[in-house]
Design a protein around this ligand. Structure first.
Ligand code: PHE
Length: 341
């Protein structure tokens, strides 16, 4: 009996077979369980003799099963290690390498330049409501500037109260920041903007970066210095010349449009010098009405804001001539103009 059981256990070829041997010996109907049950019907003398023998047998079988189990598990592990080895000498399969889109690259550059000037990056939703995109920016309903923006509106919901739209500029982030944060505020807000407009220099989706400073005693000189410092750093030239032209935006007073001087080098326009002028951004001193609409006291807080097309900046800096190529997703163009990560 003992030799037979131990032999079967030793011969179990895998864990499943071993499990059925365990049931065969120690299960409810198992051989050893039966022997243990038979002790009940024996005379005391017989039980004294058989008891230790049967218990001894159970111990030997139990430890034989544990030993066999450990051996089988070790074998399985060996087999796995043998088949799963990595061949470190195999050449790697070539993988497609992505690149950073020029627009993302410019956004990163802007964040870095402005971080050095103490600005942090703020964001806002691309699906905006009328109040943040227009009303709080001193563009009331019926203001002609609304028509100028070629806005993409969403269909009105049942109540028709909150008209939703795709933001037409990054200026609503000014409002969101002033409502949420206590001055002093020094932020830029780069992101996607939308207008129903399309030709070689306009796409329905484009990118802007907003700048906003709200502090005490801020004046136009701070705006001019900030823009000059930013543009010199961005175009990596010291001979950047700015021209501020009076302009009109409902949310700034006074408003100025900023041109950058360019010169012709090897038949191409390059930023720097003053042979000609190119408009790069709109800006001005934040209108007191806008500051008040955000719950701040315009007597205490003043500031400036600017909004600048990022795609334009990228085209000027990296010499690209068709804005639409930015969003075509043509891999050849992306490989040519993309930046390694
Ligand atoms: N939001 C304006 C535009 O899209 C630009 C701007 C921003 C002008 C901030 C002044 C101040 O044209």
């Amino acid at each position: 009996m003992s030799a037979d059981l131990l032999g079967r256990i030793a011969g179990a070829s895998d864990l499943a077979a071993l499990e059925s041997e365990r049931v065969h010996a120690l299960g409810k109907q198992g051989a050893i369980t039966q022997l243990l049950k038979s002790l009940g019907g024996m005379s005391p003398e017989q039980r004294q003799e058989e008891g230790p023998r049967i218990h001894g047998l159970r111990e030997r079988v139990t430890s034989a099963i544990a030993e066999r189990k450990a051996a089988l598990e070790a074998e399985a592990l060996e087999r796995r290690l043998a088949t799963e080895t990595l061949d470190m000498t195999l050449p790697a399969e070539p993988r497609l390498q992505g690149s950073v889109h020029p627009v993302s690259q410019v956004m990163d550059e802007l964040a870095e330049i402005f971080a050095d000037l103490g600005f942090s990056v703020a964001t806002g939703p691309e699906i905006e409501d009328d109040w943040h995109n227009f009303t709080a920016l001193n563009i009331p309903e019926s203001h002609p500037a609304r028509a100028m923006h070629d806005t993409f509106y969403f269909p009105e919901d049942e109540g028709g109260e909150r008209k939703m739209l795709l933001r037409t500029h990054t200026s609503p982030v000014q409002i969101r920041t002033m409502v949420k944060e206590k001055p002093p505020i020094y932020i830029i807000a780069p992101g996607r903007t939308y207008r129903s407009d399309s030709d070689a220099t306009h796409t329905p989706m484009f990118h802007q970066v907003e700048g906003l400073v709200i502090d005490r005693g801020i004046h136009l000189g701070h705006l001019k210095w900030t823009l000059e410092t930013f543009l010199k750093a961005f175009f990596e030239r010291d001979d950047i010349v700015l021209r501020l032209r009076p302009s009109y935006f409902p949310f700034t007073e006074p408003s100025v449009e900023v041109d950058v001087g360019y010169s012709i080098e090897k038949g191409k326009r390059v930023i720097g010098g003053s042979e000609g002028w190119m408009e790069v951004l709109g800006s001005g001193m934040v209108h007191p009405k806008v500051i008040a609409a955000c719950g701040l006291d315009p007597e205490e807080w003043q500031g400036f804001a600017f909004g600048c097309g990022i795609d334009r900046l990228a085209m000027l800096k990296y010499g690209m001539d068709d804005l639409r190529a930015f969003f075509d997703g043509d891999l050849r163009w992306l490989r040519h103009y993309g930046f390694s990560a």
